[in-house]
Ligand binder design. Structure first.
Ligand code: DSN
Length: 418
């Protein structure tokens, strides 16, 4: 590379990534093949439109790449093309979720007034995502969020309470799948709740997509109407998103709803112009990698490692939200309302916890815990994930050591005034 400044910075970042223990739950390390596709000549190509319906010439190779990517996406999750459609053009998770709302529950102008529809989504501070209707996101400005959360005592979903909210508020769409929820989600119950109030059921499986692909987490496809996912978390692909949607759904009169056509239109030309073709090729590569037996072993190992990390920290006195994990993700209350427990662990605000860990080479993110009393800029906890370090070959014995290191660093941090 001739640009020395950027070359040096890329090389510094490469070194940083190698040196640290990366426990960011939403990050991973892609293969050389994924990087090669991302850095290919495909980045030069404009391809507005979809396969065989493009607004630019010269797309004979691009059409094949997009078709292959779509076929691999459906195959990986065991979906029949007569029942499911997939859009592979969304640039990332937030635009993908916005495209779903725009397509299926759009704001309507009635008698000159904007009528906003309701998205029932988990609150950000309970583990939801900004695009599940939070007020600072466009999804909370053009739609009305009906928030829900976890049970205060168990810190897991209370489906009876969710049903009550749904029946009272009658949302147009219910979003399940979260960014800071470590436990199994009962998709069947979510389907029952959506049916009870006549809502569309959307699952945002961004965090767990790799686990679903690797059969290490229950698949939502049997129950959901729409499934969105980013590709760059447990699925270990490039930064990108996929939208899966049922194409065979009919209305009460038996007419096809054509949700897939609406979704495609919402992505392009609704929200974006030309797709990033290099990214689509890299997604295709990652999807092929995720269909191998080696990836299944990887997904199983992510879960095993997460359990060891959660148990290790719990045994050393740290409060693990919900008491454990069924995925790659762990939420730790480092603050415990300012108290230390009988094992002397606690009373480290999330920001200090994250900063101190980073100084010692362990990268995490500070995170709100359910019913947090501290501000989002310095919440009560940290979020950990095992996907990235599992890619680098770490096993249970390594995560026992990592738990011990985290405990040591946080205990030292307890002695700093807050
Ligand atoms: N930022 C992602 C995460 O860390 O979960 C979600 O967008």
């Amino acid at each position: 590379m001739k640009d020395i400044q950027i070359k040096k910075l890329i090389s510094a970042e490469k070194k940083r990534q190698k040196k640290v223990i990366n426990l960011i739950a939403s990050e991973n390390y892609v293969s050389k093949d994924v990087l090669e596709a991302l850095g290919s000549e495909l980045t030069n190509k404009y391809a507005e439109g979809y396969s065989r319906f493009r607004y630019y010439g010269g797309n004979e190779n691009v059409d094949k790449i997009e078709d292959l990517c779509k076929a691999r996406a459906l195959k990986l999750f065991g979906l029949k093309p007569e029942k499911w459609h997939v859009n592979v053009q969304s640039l990332s998770g937030s635009p993908a979720n916005t495209a779903v709302y725009l397509a299926l529950v759009p704001p309507i102008v009635r008698e000159g007034r904007l009528v906003q529809q309701k998205i029932m989504g988990m609150s950000l501070d309970q583990g939801g995502h900004l695009t599940h209707g939070h007020k600072v996101s466009a999804t909370g400005k053009f739609w009305i969020q009906v928030p829900y959360g976890v049970d205060k005592d168990t810190e897991v979903l209370d489906y009876a309470n969710l049903k009550e909210i749904a029946l009272r508020e009658k949302p147009a769409i219910i979003v399940s799948g979260y960014t800071a929820y470590p436990r199994i989600i009962d998709w069947k119950k979510m389907r029952e709740i959506a049916d009870a109030c006549g809502a569309i059921l959307m699952v945002d499986m961004s965090h767990i997509a790799g686990l679903v692909a690797g059969r290490a987490y229950l698949s939502p496809f049997e129950y959901a109407d729409v499934v969105t996912t980013t590709v760059h978390k447990t699925l270990r692909g490039p930064r990108a998103a996929l939208i899966f949607v049922r194409s065979d759904k009919k209305d009460a009169s038996g007419k096809l709803l054509d949700w897939h056509k609406k979704i495609d239109k919402a992505v392009f030309p609704g929200l974006q112009g030309g797709p990033h073709v290099n990214q689509i090729a890299a997604v295709a590569v990652a999807l092929k990698e995720a269909s191998t037996p080696a990836f299944r072993r990887y997904a199983a190992q992510i879960n095993k490692n997460a359990k060891v990390l959660a148990d290790g920290l719990a045994n050393m006195g740290w409060k693990v939200i919900s008491g454990g994990t069924d995925s790659h993700l762990i939420l730790i209350d480092t603050w415990m309302s300012g108290q230390k427990n009988s094992k002397g662990a606690g009373a480290v605000p999330g920001k200090i916890a994250s900063d101190k860990l980073e100084k010692m080479g362990i990268i995490v993110n500070k995170n709100a815990i359910p019913f947090d009393t501290r501000p989002p800029t310095d919440p009560s906890g940290i979020r950990l994930g095992t996907a990235a370090e599992t890619t680098r070959g770490k096993r249970e014995k390594d995560f026992k050591i990592i738990a011990k290191k985290i405990d040591e660093i946080l205990r030292e941090a307890q002695s700093y005034p807050v």
